[in-house]
Design a protein around this ligand. Structure first.
Ligand code: PMT
Length: 307
């Protein structure tokens, strides 16, 4: 892992690590649990002066909506997310053109007040109230990544920052992380030229972060990884294999096409299906509500076993 981190260009993580450490210590000493949520897909550059890159699929919706449910459950949240992926609360207005929902009160350019069309932004007052309460209490720390390199360095820094609060820390690793990368020393500096013919690239394997995270960086924390497959027939076997290999507490297994309404929460001894009915989908119930309530309960049991 250390070799992989060195061969990827290191972003400036020290400042962010300091912020995350202060955040964890502040909330931990107030008796609050802290969850680190990873969200969105990593980007792997193919050139140093990057024009082209490989991307991992994730809209960030799972991470962003889960952050809201964790906040509702009393957690403080470090939200390690891909730049411009979905964000807690504002995700509810994705696709809305903000300017279409605003109007100048007097029709004059310099009007002091701007009116909001509440039909264009449904539930805006309710959502704004929740967002402002979270902001005023300093319960949400957003941290952005773009590339795989940034993600790996920031995840390590976050794990070290959270180690001071022991079992009060939860890791909720919903990001879609690349398994392949090109080390900086093998990467062409300039844009790859199509005049050189078909592109052949050789990529190295990214070691799974879960290993050092569980063993070395935050050994007392409650750790949840996600397992995404497109073939349902191999999903559970892959989830069990992950638990055996990394020795963490839980895998949330999901299939790409059905992930909004069906997941399986897998531990070494249990396997629980969480399913939304058609009626619940109609009522806009979100599966993340169920996932988070299942995991916060499991976290309580985990903490009680540690003392
Ligand atoms: O964002 P949405 O559109 O709502 O979609 C949500 C989701 C489908 C992305 C999410 O539910 C999900 O399944 N995320 C994990 C997808 C994934 O990349 O799985 P994986 O098999 O590659 O990785 C398994 C676990 O190992 C993940 O928790 C990942 O964070 C972690 N990992 C992966 C690679 C790596 N080098 N190190 C890691 O620790």
């Amino acid at each position: 892992m250390e070799d992989c981190l060195k061969s990827l260009r290191s972003p400036h993580v020290e400042e962010v690590k300091k912020l995350m450490t202060e955040f964890a210590e502040h909330h931990g000493s107030a008796g609050r649990r802290v969850v680190l949520i990873t969200s969105g897909g990593t980007k792997v550059p193919l050139e140093s002066r990057t024009v082209r890159f490989l991307d991992n699929f994730s809209s960030g919706r799972r991470g962003a909506s889960s952050a809201e449910y964790f906040l509702d459950s009393g957690y403080a949240v470090i939200f390690l997310h891909r730049h411009r992926s979905l964000y807690p609360y504002t995700r509810l207005y994705t696709g809305v053109n903000l300017l279409d929902s605003l109007q100048l009160e007097t029709g004059k350019e310099d009007a002091g007040q701007i009116l909001v069309d509440q039909n264009a932004l449904p539930n805006i007052a309710k959502v704004l109230k929740r967002y402002q309460a979270v902001k005023a209490a300093g319960l949400l720390l957003p941290v952005e990544f773009n590339t795989l390199s940034e993600y790996l360095h920031l995840l390590k820094a976050a794990a070290q920052a959270l180690s001071s609060i022991g079992s009060k820390a939860m890791f909720y690793l919903a990001a879609a992380v690349s398994d392949f990368y090109i080390p900086a020393y093998e990467m062409p500096e300039h844009k790859i030229q199509s005049s050189n013919g078909p592109l052949q690239i050789s990529m190295k394997m990214v070691p799974k972060m879960l290993s050092p995270l569980v063993k070395d960086w935050a050994p007392k924390a409650f750790v949840i990884s996600f397992k995404l497959e497109t073939d349902p027939s191999i999903l559970l076997e892959r989830a069990w294999r992950a638990l055996e290999t990394y020795n963490h507490q839980t895998v949330v297994a999901n299939v790409l096409d059905t992930r909004r309404g069906y997941v399986v929460v897998v531990t070494k001894d249990t396997q629980q299906e969480l399913v939304l009915t058609d009626e619940e989908v109609q009522k806009e119930v979100e599966i993340e509500d169920r996932i988070v309530s299942n995991l916060t309960e499991a976290h309580s049991e985990f903490m009680s076993r540690q003392v």
